[in-house]
Design a binder for this molecule. Sequence first.
Ligand code: PLP
Length: 285
Amino acid sequence: RIAYVNGQYVPHKDAAVHVEDRGYQFADGVYEVCEVWRNTIVDMPGHIDRLDRSLKELSIGWPMARSALEFVLREVVRRNRVHDGIVYIQVTRGVSRRDHFFPGEDVVPSVVVTARATSPRAGDAAAEKGISVITYPENRWPRVDIKTVALLPNVLAKQAAKEQGSKEAWYFDCENNVTEGGSTNAWIVTKDGTLVTRPAESGILRGITRAVVLELVEREGISFEERPFSVEEAKEAREAFVTAASTLVMPVVKIDDTILGNGHPGSVATRLRELFHTATDFLAV
Ligand code: PLP
């Protein structure tokens, strides 16, 4: 395997950044994960736009021209012969003597790009059965709209899920409303068939997959509301699912101890997952 580190393609086993990289010491950096499907990167412009926004919000400079970064992503996918899988991009504020204050202008951001195969397509096997999720109190900072590498709360929530035999943790806020998953956006379909997801402006990451699914929902004429929903409402839902570039549309069949519907993936989630396959024909670049 090959990784890209600060201007060079190196064997994955030797890929390293300096011990005083601010990503390592302060989690002072941002990242993106894009799906790779049939050798192409799905919705790369959407991911690069969000990377640009994350960098701006943290006043980290662009490490290279946007077109150069796009080239590197494609090149890492190509060199690793990833047909279906993911490509990971990380940009940190760079290497500098440990000090909380931003370093001087001479310090350049560090860039790492890796790719790996998943076969055949993001979570296809799991999607046939659906996954279970646990609910977990929201304990992250308020700027979850920035895709930072500071993921310790997400790590702890997802590990708690794993220890309870689940794949994902759904955070709930102080009003008992679901915000999102540890690494996914959360959706439900109510008993009357309305699809509900939390507005992107409040307490969630604006998922790229979420945006594509919203387009599909509109195109299909599925009844839809963008509003907060509570843990109780989710447990009474007809079906539920999560979205992320790494899992696409993944049906949820159990929340804590509550089995949803008949315990099998719901028809809306299954349909949207199928549609996503067609939609990505347009999004792959
Ligand atoms: N929410 C969180 C906290 C995430 O970490 C992710 C993806 O990593 C998502 C939502 C889904 O975003 P996307 O669809 O862009 O992968």
